[in-house]
Write a protein that binds this ligand. Structure first.
Ligand SMILES: C[S@@+](CC[C@H](N)C(=O)[O-])C[C@H]1O[C@@H](n2cnc3c(N)ncnc32)[C@H](O)[C@@H]1O
Length: 308
């Protein structure tokens, strides 16, 4: 399944706002870590916190998380899409420029970029790799990893791939953070005829195979991940991270959501053509006065303290 740089750039501010507004507490990840934002003890700030980010796109997850994690971090980003990885250095540089972040020369030979936060509150060295998460999962650098993360990926994957990933993370006692997984809630204000049916078709479409070797977990992804993580001995914490779209700030994304929902619904049930096209016209006519909430969840899984 492929995603354009334009789509990822369009959703990034809404993803970031949703995550910043989320009640998910990241403190357990940083607590006690030398040089982290929650520990100003002047400890060995050079010990990097290692993150493996899966399905990285152009690196939005790093941009959302690195400032919150604080301290010295080393990220390795993985995606199978060469176009997204080619855009990654430009998008990172634009982000650094916009936020007046420094980009010093990396100290590690393995790193391709380095970005430093204000007053050296955090520093990230990053590298990236083109790899297929399905066929090359076993080759990825899990060893020494503190955190395995993925944003907007978990709902695409199959149950068998998820099981394989969780086993890999568990083997190295890494924490896991899955951001922005859809949970099935799509709430329009005001409602129009066809909302329920189109949402049902869209939700069914999300369960189709997305290239991870079986039906995608879609809205069942977080409950399924929690079930397996608990069985592996992880402590799981969940919180909402909903998109809140309104015409003033989110007009383009609202429009794309209307088209995206309609396209998926039509593909799911071509016989529902009249219903879906009628719904799309009603929704577009009302777009300038509509609000949309799209339910997402954050899931943090922590290995038992005694295990790490
Ligand atoms: C919805 S996008 C999320 C991108 C990014 N994490 C973000 O939050 O902007 C899903 C990402 O997973 C990647 N992806 C999907 N299937 C993949 C696979 N089999 N191997 C590697 N990456 C994959 C896509 O290329 C895309 O970048």
């Amino acid at each position: 399944m492929s995603f354009s740089t334009e789509w990822l750039a369009l959703r990034e501010p809404f993803d970031r706002a949703a995550r910043e507004g989320s009640a998910l507490d990241l403190l357990p990840l940083t607590e006690g870590r030398p040089g982290s934002s929650s520990n100003n003890d002047g400890g060995d700030a050079l010990t990097p916190y290692r993150v493996l980010d899966l399905g990285c796109g152009t690196g939005a997850n790093l941009r959302a998380l690195a400032p919150r994690l604080g301290g010295t971090q080393r990220w390795h980003l993985v995606d199978h899409d060469a176009r997204l990885l080619a855009a990654l250095p430009r998008v990172m540089t634009e982000w650094a420029t916009t936020h007046r972040l420094k980009m010093p020369t990396p100290t590690s030979a393995d790193s391709l970029l380095c970005i430093e936060g204000p007053q050296q509150q955090w520093r990230v060295e990053l590298s990236w790799q083109r790899a297929d998460l399905v066929h090359e999962l076993d080759t990825l650098p899990f060893d020494g990893c503190d955190l395995v993360s993925a944003a907007a990926l978990l709902d695409l994957v199959s149950a068998s791939w998820l099981a394989a990933l969780l086993t890999k993370a568990h083997e190295v006692r890494a924490a896991l953070l899955f951001a922005l997984t859809v949970d099935g809630r799509i709430d329009w204000q005001p409602v129009v005829a066809g909302d329920t049916q189109v949402t049902q078709l869209f939700t069914a479409h999300q369960l189709r195979d997305k290239g991870f070797g079986g039906p995608a977990l879609g809205v069942n992804a977080v409950p399924r991940a929690v079930e397996r993580l608990v069985a592996l001995g992880y402590r799981c914490v969940q919180a909402g991270s909903d998109w809140e779209l309104a015409p003033d700030s989110g007009a383009r994304l609202l429009q794309q959501m209307i088209d995206g929902l309609a396209d998926a619904a039509l593909e799911q049930d071509p016989a529902a053509r009249d219903l879906v096209l009628g719904w799309r016209l009603r929704r577009l006519a009302l777009a300038a006065h509509s609000k949309l909430r799209v339910g997402h969840a954050e899931l943090l899984a922590l290995p038992l303290a005694s295990e790490k």
